[in-house]
Design a protein around this ligand. Structure first.
Ligand code: PLZ
Length: 445
C-alpha cells in the first residue's frame, strides 16, 4: 500500500561511510563478475523507498528489476512467508507435496491469457523457466530449433544467454554457446530502417524468411519473444507484430513462447503484457514479480503441450518452494486488493507525459516509451539517432547521487528504465521526476 509518509532523504553522500566500508569487504570476498547498479547496502525497504545502512532514504524506481511490484515488504507477503516458514520451509515438491504449489499453478492457469485448458510447472528462476519452456516445446514438437529476437534478454544460463542478444556483458568469453538458436530482427520502432511504420511488416518478413529458407519450419520447435523487451531497451513492439508471429507460428506448428518474466503481474497496465496485443501464447514464462521478492518462476500454457514431457523430465530441487509459493499467493492477493493493474496505468499517465515533454529536435532525449510502470528514456546525440550511452550514464549517476535509483539498459547502453514498485505513492514519483528532469537538463550538451 502507498505509504504517504515516505520521502527521499539524504543524510550522507551516496554511498555513505557504512556502505563504503561494506563495499571494501565486498571487493575482498566477492567475485568481480557480479554486477552492481548503486553501491549502497540496504537496511530495509518497502513501498517506494529503500533505506540504506547510513540512513539514506532512496526512491526506488527499480523494484529489484521488476520484482518487488507489491513493495519489498508487503504485509500480505511477509505474513504468509512467516506462517509458511513456521510450518515447513522445504520438502522438495518432487518428493512430497503441498497445496500451495497447486494454488499458485491454478492462479497462473486462470490469470494468463489464452482461452484454452492450461497447465503449469513451477521453477525457481526466470532462466530456468525459459530453459524449461524450450525443453517442453522440443518434446511437444519433436523439433530442436529456437528462434529468438535481436535485443532479447532471457537469462544468465547457457541456453538462455545464447538466446540473449547482447554480447557484453552477458556472452563475451562464455562460448561455445548452445546449438540451434537462430536470431531474427526485433521490430524496434525507433531504430527501424525506413521508420516505425515499416517495423512490424519488415520484422515479420525477416522472420518468415529465416524460418522458411534458412532453418526450415519442420525444424523449428519454438519462437520466443518478450512482449516488451526489457534489458534490450524497454522496446515496445509495433501493433500487429506479435499477432503476426502468433499466426505464423500456428500455421507451421511452432510453439509460440512469450517471456513475461519482466512484464508480468500488472507491471505494464495489464496483468500480462500479452493482453495489450490480444495474443494467446502457447507457453508463457513468468518469474520476478510472481514471487513477491522470493525466488519463484513458472511455465504456463496449453495443457497438451505442457503434458508432452513424461514424469521426471521437469523439476528442480527448489522448484516451487513452499515459502516462495506462500509469498506468491500474498503478492497476487495484494495486486488484486490494491488494484495494481490500474495503478500501473495511473503511473504511466503521470510519468510519461512529463518525460515525453523532454523530447524534441535538439534534445538528447530521443524517445520516451513503455507501458504502465515499465517506462524508458532513450538518449541520443541531439539532432541524430546516434546512441548516447554517456548521457544515460551521467543522468543515472546524477539521480543516484540525489537518492533516486534508476536502471540503465539497452543494447547500446543508452536507455534509462523506470520500474517503480506499483505501490509507490504520487509524491515520491513527483519528487523523483523532478530529480530526473533536473539531471537531464544538466547533462544536455
Ligand atoms: N527473461 C525477460 O528480464 C531477468 C536481468 C536483465 P532470472 N532480467 C533481469 C535486466 O533486465 O536487467 C529476465 C528477464 C526476461 C528472463 C530473465 C531471467 O530471469 O530470474 O534472472 O533468471
Amino acid at each position: 500500500m502507498c505509504q504517504p509518509d515516505q520521502n527521499r532523504r539524504l543524510v550522507t553522500e551516496i554511498p555513505g561511510p557504512k556502505s563504503r566500508k561494506l563495499q571494501q569487504r565486498r571487493g575482498a570476498e566477492l567475485a568481480d563478475g557480479l554486477g552492481l547498479t548503486m553501491p549502497v547496502f540496504v537496511e530495509n525497504a518497502g513501498g517506494g523507498v529503500i533505506v540504506d545502512v547510513d540512513g539514506n532514504q532512496i526512491v526506488d524506481l527499480a523494484s529489484g528489476i521488476a520484482v518487488t511490484s507489491v513493495g519489498a515488504s508487503d504485509p500480505a507477503v511477509a505474513r504468509r512467508v512467516a506462517e509458511q516458514a513456521e510450518r515447513f520451509t522445504h520438502t522438495c515438491f518432487l518428493v512430497t507435496q503441498y497445496e500451495g504449489f497447486i494454488d499458485v499453478a491454478r492462479a497462473l492457469n486462470e490469470l494468463t491469457p489464452g482461452d484454452f485448458r492450461k497447465k503449469t510447472a513451477l521453477f525457481t528462476t526466470g532462466a530456468e523457466a525459459v530453459e524449461n519452456a524450450v525443453k517442453i516445446a522440443r518434446v511437444a514438437t519433436g523439433r530442436s530449433a529456437v528462434i529468438a529476437l535481436s535485443h532479447a534478454y532471457h537469462g544468465w544460463s547457457l541456453l538462455t544467454m545464447t538466446m540473449t542478444a547482447k554480447n557484453l556483458p552477458y556472452k563475451d568469453g562464455f562460448g561455445p554457446f548452445a546449438p540451434e538458436v537462430y536470431r531474427v530482427p526485433s521490430p524496434y520502432p525507433y531504430r527501424w530502417p525506413g521508420g516505425p511504420d515499416q517495423a512490424a511488416q519488415g520484422a515479420l518478413d525477416a522472420l518468415r524468411e529465416t524460418v522458411l529458407t534458412q532453418v526450415g519450419a519442420n525444424n523449428v520447435a519454438a519462437i520466443i519473444a518478450e512482449p516488451i523487451q526489457g534489458e534490450g531497451g524497454c522496446i515496445v513492439p509495433p501493433a500487429g507484430y506479435l499477432t503476426g508471429v502468433q499466426d505464423f507460428a500456428r500455421e507451421l506448428g511452432i510453439v509460440f513462447i512469450v517471456d513475461e518474466i519482466q512484464t508480468g503481474f500488472a507491471r505494464t497496465g495489464h496483468m500480462f503484457a500479452s493482453e495489450h496485443e490480444g495474443i494467446e501464447p502457447d507457453l508463457i514464462t513468468t518469474a520476478k514479480a510472481l514471487g513477491g521478492g522470493l525466488p519463484l518462476a513458472a511455465v504456463t500454457g496449453r495443457a497438451e503441450i505442457m503434458d508432452a514431457v513424461p514424469a521426471g523430465g521437469l523439476g528442480g530441487t527448489y522448484a516451487g518452494n513452499p515459502v516462495a509459493c506462500a509469498a506468491a499467493l500474498g503478492a497476487l492477493e495484494t495486486i488484486e486488493r490494491e488494484a495494481l493493474v490500474q495503478r500501473a496505468r495511473d503511473i504511466e499517465a503521470k510519468v510519461k507525459p512529463r518525460l515525453a515533454a523532454l523530447t524534441g529536435e535538439a534534445s538528447a532525449v530521443g524517445e520516451v516509451r513503455g507501458r504502465g510502470a515499465m517506462l524508458a528514456i532513450e538518449f541520443v546525440r541531439p539532432g541524430t539517432t546516434a546512441p548516447a550511452p554517456e548521457l544515460a550514464r551521467a543522468v543515472s549517476a546524477a539521480c543516484h547521487a540525489q537518492g533516486v535509483l534508476v536502471l540503465v539498459c539497452g543494447t547500446f547502453g543508452n536507455v534509462i528504465r523506470l520500474l517503480p514498485p506499483l505501490v509507490i505513492c504520487d509524491d515520491l514519483l513527483d519528487d523523483a521526476l523532478d530529480v530526473i528532469c533536473g539531471a537531464i537538463d544538466e547533462v544536455q550538451p
